[in-house]
Design a protein around this ligand. Sequence first.
Ligand SMILES: O=C(O)CCC(=O)C(=O)O
Ligand SMILES: [Fe+2]
Length: 518
Amino acid sequence: REDKFSALTSVARALAPERRLLALLRSYLLGEEARLRDLTRFYDKVLSLHEDSATPVANPLLAFTLIKRLHSDWRNVVHSLEASENIRALKDGYEKLEQELPAFEDLEGAARALMRLQDVYMLNVKGLARGVFQRVTGSAVTDLYSPRQLFSLTADDCFQIGKVAYDMGDYYHAIPWLEEAVSLFRGSYGEWKTEDEASLEDALDHLAFACFQAGNVSCALSLSREFLLYSPENKRMVRNVLKYERLLAESSHQEVAETVIQRPNVPHLQTRDTYEGLCQTLGSQPIHYQIPSLYCSYETNSSPYLLLQPVRKEVIHLEPYVALYHDFVSDPEAQKIRELAEPWLQRSVVASGGKQLQVEYRISKSAWLKDTVDPMLVTLNHRIAALTGLDVRPPYAEYLQVVNYGIGGHYEPHFDHATSPSSPLFRMKSGNRVATFMIYLSSVEAGGATAFIYANFSVPVVKNAALFWWNLHRSGEGDGDTLHAGCPVLVGDKWVANKWIHEYGQEFRRPCSSSPED
Ligand SMILES: O=C(O)CCC(=O)C(=O)O
Ligand SMILES: [Fe+2]
């Protein structure tokens, strides 16, 4: 079973089963409306007979129909199978669709994505629940994205997000979402909705325990007491209240240290703060006129191919060398590449100790496109070769890797080159990945920049542009300054294509050097 949250195309495909469910519910509603109309007609008819004449049984016709109604009409009405036939059709239709529907991992993945966005972009949970994407720092409020239409979350939506965190023991994220759930459930108390899984009691129960886990006993106590207002006979909660009261009484003599719950640290992400800062500022490139060596030019690279159609090159950084080629592909080309890849997309993996693993720090789906798939890919290779001066024929470069990011999809700081000799990258027997040529095949509404952590700059997604950088020094040594990341996509459908160029084949194109700095 393939997951749904790790690529936006997969999310979009989930619209189809929902449309079928809508059609099913529509015909169920029509059936039930007709059934209720018919029942109402019968009710009204019998009622009028009772209200009409003084002695309704004097007329033999009326007498007969009374007997008949009580003998069989009522039985037919009461034992009608129509309601169960209607619901059966709805349930059968649902069951046929069931294996296409998202699984719990999808819900979990989508909820984790929201928490990731909340963290990286410092989004305010209250705001998110109301449908706005605001960063709140102190008293400053910045809109990171303004949706054309506000879409807000329900109490149950917030509860489910909080519960995903809660079940993982992540109270840092659980608390604000459960608080939002409690506050929304309080506001609509008594209005039960069929689709909801949780109630105010559930939210209070979870939030109380999360508060207790976070060291806030008085908060846990007041929420538990509120819970008991609704379910006074819940023994577990009665015991909890006693426990919390005792704990508070014991600690009231001593200084109660207010514990501030820390955001769970992702162990592999030591550079987290720099990374997130770069994602938020969407690029902090040095201003060009201050550094004259950063320039824009029309690149022809003395290639006859490019003389006819030069590409606008923007040198973004020198060490490591990073350049952006604007309009490297056209809109139809970008679309074509996305379409070619779409049917082959699979959850992206990373190399780890000689193995390929699916990890939380790379959320996307990707596909490898062989050059034989479409002649356009060969044209693209020629263009890459002309611009970079490198040999991109197999085995000197890998096939094109097309990537589609998912909900809050990202690729946390990493190197493109292998840092261990056991890396699967060396199976091609053409050395390490000397350079990366990455094409942005889409734009995004917000987020999704490419951040270079140590070099301290980030490049926003520029549709149709291509980003080029060297991963290795001329000595063949990996350039530690190329550590980079794909920031979480806040809003939008981000696609990129990677062409990884290897060391071998480039000996005369990029001469080596013994100086480790080159
Ligand atoms: O999506 C991005 O901006 C970066 C992607 C990347 O670094 C990769 O695919 O290796
Ligand atoms: Fe990369």
